[in-house]
Design a protein around this ligand. Structure first.
Ligand code: GDP
Ligand code: MG
Length: 197
């Protein structure tokens, strides 16, 4: 698999320690089929018709200007692998360790994916106990109104319980997707600023 990233994989979680440029790893978590890769492709600016050309790529780097300030995100769509099961376990453990921020995705049309999202949040909290990592819970496929199984209020309430941000998106309509990544940048900055004080 090709890795489109300058991120230093061996460094610890303090990616800001090296100087002026800030670079943060954002890991997408969630069940198969909820729309992780679709969201990552939009982040990377890959058109749906060209998605096949990028098959096998799963790490994307892009600099965003949010509130007149630049931040580079390395978005990792590495949670699911086509490899052996034992590799998958290793990759998933790794994903849980390396993120500076997390996007936990479920589909509003699939209640079991909503339940998985809660489990992932609990797992993450256990593994990264002492850290106050930014997490955004995402209810994707908001365009599929007639197949909705999870109400907006349920998503919002879940985010309150799990102390994270919440947004509903539609990768198909590109609705709220840029807001999602801008939101991650703002959450990262908030944590960063409070560390410096
Ligand atoms: P992943 O397994 O989490 O990476 O999910 P994918 O990004 O591969 O998406 C799974 C399927 O759901 C694909 O057929 C996508 O086209 C579709 N999909 C993803 N996001 C949306 C969305 O917001 N709305 C609708 N209607 N379909 C979506
Ligand atoms: Mg995928």
């Amino acid at each position: 698999k090709s890795i489109h990233s300058r991120a230093d994989w061996s460094s610890d979680s303090d990616s800001d320690s090296s100087g002026s440029e800030s670079l943060y790893r954002v890991v997408l978590l969630g069940d198969h089929g909820v729309g992780k890769s679709s969201l990552a492709n939009i982040f990377a600016g890959i058109q749906e018709k060209d998605a096949h050309k990028h098959a096998g790529e799963d790490i994307y780097e892009k600099t965003l200007t949010v509130d007149e300030e630049e931040t580079t995100l390395v978005v990792m769509d590495t949670w699911e692998t086509e490899k052996q099961e034992e590799d998958e376990k290793w990759v998933q453990d790794y994903c849980m360790q390396v993120g500076n921020a997390y996007i936990i995705v479920y589909s509003i049309t699939d209640r079991s994916s909503f339940e998985s999202a809660s489990e992932l949040r609990i797992q993450l909290r256990r593994i990264r106990q002492a850290e106050n990592i930014p997490i955004i819970l995402v209810g994707n496929k908001s365009d599929l109104v007639r197949s909705r199984e999870v109400a907006v209020e349920e998503g919002r309430a879940c985010a309150v319980v799990f102390d994270c941000k919440f947004i509903e998106t539609s990768a198909s309509l590109h609705h709220n997707v840029h807001e999602l990544f801008e939101g991650i940048v703002r959450q990262i900055r908030l944590r960063q600023d409070s560390k410096e004080i």
